[in-house]
Design a protein around this ligand. Structure first.
Ligand code: PHE
Length: 453
């Protein structure tokens, strides 16, 4: 996205450009790194079903709502909320919802950058042939040693932050948009290749049944919260990223169609990642519940064994890095847009300031894997606390309020005019979902986890 201030009323070059940018934001570490490991930690099949349900019932309607608010507001989330609230004759304090999103984006990026740094480091490991013929133990050992090396962690985290801010400073239209056009399909093809590899392992059926045979006895309140939180995280919802992107959407583009396409592509990538990874987990006698290191401990085994593995492995981590980059830009864009538009800072100054802040915050995550590993709060280390706070609390809370805003505060004339759903039934379906179903679902999960229900 180019300089927001100068191109306040600019638009995506086409519907396709928006779909690409939104898919670039949605598809990221959440799909390939986080989805498999939280599925592993939460027992598999039943968790996947709850997650899919959340995507359809809560995610898609809220994605439409966010895009709609963005397009109608045509500014950063804080201002968009304020303008639309005024237009509807409601309290302008709705702008604080924009704030919540800005804060969530900053916190998420702080740990997102550390993990993206892992992907960068793994490009080098892969290209130098580290994984060739590596056993599961060796590859697990590499990973453990790597995360314990705090110097290396700081280096990669710093590198990723610098690259992210450089892209954000220059605007993503020219560079990243073009790159994503080519990289997204490549990532997809590579995932299919990995699925093909997984199909040839003895444990393919076992991997599939872990992912798709539901055992609801494994579902707890907290796993429902995690599944719901992940639906928000993976679709980039609840914090204004899609809202900012929506603010550049031309008026004649169908919001519902684009939301379905983005959510569909995102879900497909996550499922493919799971199908590629779980057979490898079982074929190598590993545990599905090993946590954030899961893909780094499993996929390199496959790369180490397959012909051309050095090339495919390197390519895979390069693509993972780009997928992370196109998401990290959207994590920081609401904060950048707000500082540029409302505080009048230059884009460069804003990026230096925000980049340094996020980098500093990220050190907490870096050290939670080594020096400060024993420092916990309610049994969670710093990384786990930040992840829980953002993905499981801030994003769903933001999403809940966005749903309430579009279902209760905005007038039906406003939303109908903006969504332009010609089919009346479809409009009412969306309306009932954002007015009643999504807020109630998020609220119920929250109070259930608090132990009130
Ligand atoms: N959706 C991104 C992912 O799955 C993460 C993200 C969350 C990006 C929230 C923007 C906003 O990796």
């Amino acid at each position: 996205m180019a300089d927001i201030k100068n191109k306040r009323h600019s638009e995506w070059s086409s519907r396709f450009a928006f779909i690409l940018a939104a898919t670039g934001s949605a598809v990221g570490l959440g799909n390939i790194w986080k989805f498999p490991y939280i599925t592993g930690e939460n027992g598999g099949g039943a968790f996947v079903i709850v997650y899919l349900l959340c995507v359809v019932v809560i995610g898609i309607p809220i994605m439409m709502a966010e895009t709609m608010i963005g397009r109608r507001g045509r500014q950063n989330p804080v201002n968009a909320m304020k303008t639309l609230a005024q237009e509807a004759g409601a309290d302008s304090r709705w702008r604080y919802l924009g704030w919540l999103g800005v804060a969530a984006g900053v916190i998420i990026l702080s740990y997102y950058s550390v993990i993206a740094g892992w992907a960068m480091a793994y490009v080098l490991k892969s290209i130098s042939g580290t994984f060739i013929d590596g056993s599961a133990q060796q590859i697990g050992g590499f990973f453990d040693a790597f995360v314990k090396d705090s110097g290396a962690q700081v280096f990669w985290h710093t590198s990723f932050m610098v690259i992210t801010m450089l892209v954000v400073v220059r605007g993503v239209r020219e560079g990243l948009e073009k790159a994503v056009r080519f990289l997204m399909p490549s990532l997809f093809i590579l995932l299919i290749l990995l699925v093909g590899y997984a199909m040839n392992t003895d444990a393919y059926d076992q991997g599939l049944s872990f992912m798709f045979d539901p055992d609801f006895s494994k579902i707890t309140g907290s796993s429902i919260l995690t599944a719901m939180g992940h639906a928000f995280f993976t679709l980039s919802l609840g914090m204004g990223a899609i809202m900012v992107y929506g603010s550049y959407l031309p008026k004649d583009v169908s919001i519902s169609q684009t939301a379905f396409m983005v959510a569909g592509a995102d879900t497909l990538v996550a499922l493919l990642a799971g199908i590629a990874i779980f057979p490898l987990v079982f074929a190598n006698g590993l545990e599905p519940s090993t946590g954030p290191g899961l893909i780094f401990q499993t996929l390199p085994i496959a790369f180490g064994q397959m012909t051309g593995g050095v090339i495919f492995g390197t390519l895979f981590f390069v693509l993972l890095f780009f997928a992370a980059l196109s998401s990290s830009i959207s994590l920081i864009e609401p904060a950048v847009a707000w500082m540029v538009e409302n505080k009048g800072y230059s884009r460069v100054k804003t990026c230096v300031f925000l980049g340094a802040g996020v980098w500093f915050l990220g050190l907490g995550t870096v050290f939670s894997f080594n020096e400060w590993a024993d420092f916990t709060f309610l049994g969670k280390n710093i990384f786990e606390c930040l992840d829980f706070l953002t993905a499981n609390i801030m994003l769903p809370a933001g999403g809940l309020l966005i749903a309430v805003f579009s279902g209760w505060v905005m007038t039906r004339t406003q939303s109908r005019d903006e969504l332009q759903l010609n089919n009346k039934g479809l409009y009412y379906c969306w309306f009932i979902l954002v007015r009643y179903v999504s807020p109630a679902a998020v609220f119920l999960v929250f109070i259930h986890v608090l132990g009130i229900l």
